[in-house]
Design a protein around this ligand. Structure first.
Ligand code: CP
Length: 297
């Protein structure tokens, strides 16, 4: 693995993923002493050009737990609103001594371009519809709290898969780790590659180890569409929960839209791992930051 940056799962090996997930497990169980970087106190900045709650705050918390300083970049009050370029804004924080920068952006391929121009470690906080690798890894860390292995695990992703960066990173992860990945949703919510692994909602509910629900990514759609029957046809509500295999777990990367793709009783049901995913974001992102720091310190 390129130790400096963490941008796509296409850049990592099965072995790299295994090491990050093992380290996440160790951080989660408290078997590694933290903070690890109290003496050097490197600085991490969160540079989010799109909205976020979970990713931004959990990277900040993970960095603090490792003993790093955190310098949040707030786009709303930044000089990007006075026409400064992203490149010059990043150069500013690099000159201030930031060593790692977690970036979320709309443009695909931007992170690799930025990483080539800076000595800072560039960590993806989500890139367009293309990828959200740290989310896929924290989902995997959550799965491993409940299942022995990722290999052969039947994971059905339901909803707006085509516009979901999380779904795309799960496709990368599935190829690396041998997860049996299937997709469910209206045809216009599936890419050509996803359509090849399409199953019905009924089949997903009956035969999956995990059903992962996705929010409709309204902000990435060009045309508006009717969502009146979406919950009944493709969402997960109390009625469908009754037909769900009792051993099947429910996941959702968040944010969820109650009443659109999921209902509150489903989020809070005993089969739901949705809040556990948020909890696992901290040790997983600690493991990712720890790896990248080895490349820049
Ligand atoms: N799952 C996820 O990326 O959530 P946020 O948009 O809140 O960071």
């Amino acid at each position: 693995m390129n130790k400096k940056d963490f941008i796509h799962l296409q850049q990592v090996t099965k072995d790299d993923v295994g090491k990050i997930l093992q380290k996440a497990k160790d951080f989660h169980r408290g078997t590694i002493k933290v903070p690890l970087f109290f003496e050097q106190k490197p600085v991490l900045s969160t540079f989010f050009l799109e909205n976020s709650t979970r990713t931004k705050l959990s990277f900040q918390k993970a960095a603090m737990d490792l003993g790093l300083h955190v310098l949040p970049f707030e786009i709303g009050s930044s000089s990007i609103n006075k026409s400064e370029t992203i490149e010059d804004s990043l150069r500013c924080i690099e000159e201030m001594g930031v060593r790692l920068c977690v970036i979320r952006c709309k443009e695909e391929e931007l992170l690799s371009e930025l990483a080539a121009k800076t000595s800072m470690s560039i960590i993806s906080g989500g890139e367009g519809t293309k990828s959200h690798p740290s989310q896929a890894l924290l989902d995997a860390a959550t799965m491993l709290n409940h299942f022995e292995n990722l290999k052969g695990l039947k994971l059905s992703i339901v909803g707006d898969c085509k516009h979901s960066r999380v779904a795309h990173s799960h496709m990368d992860l599935a190829k690396l780790m041998g997860i049996d990945l299937r997709f469910c949703g209206p045809d216009h919510f599936l890419s050509d590659e996803q359509a090849l692994a399409k199953i019905s909602v009924e089949e997903a509910l009956e035969s999956s180890d995990i059903v992962m629900m996705l929010r409709i990514q309204f902000e990435r759609h060009q045309n508006s569409f009717d969502t009146k029957d979406y919950l009944r046809e493709f969402g997960l509500d109390e009625l469908k929960l009754k037909n769900l295999n009792p051993s099947c777990k429910i996941m959702h990367p968040g944010p969820f839209n109650i009443g659109n793709e999921i209902t509150r009783p489903v989020v809070e049901s005993s089969q739901s791992l949705i809040w556990e995913q948020v909890k696992m974001s901290i040790p997983t992102r600690m493991a990712i930051i720890n790896d990248c720091l080895e490349g820049v310190l």
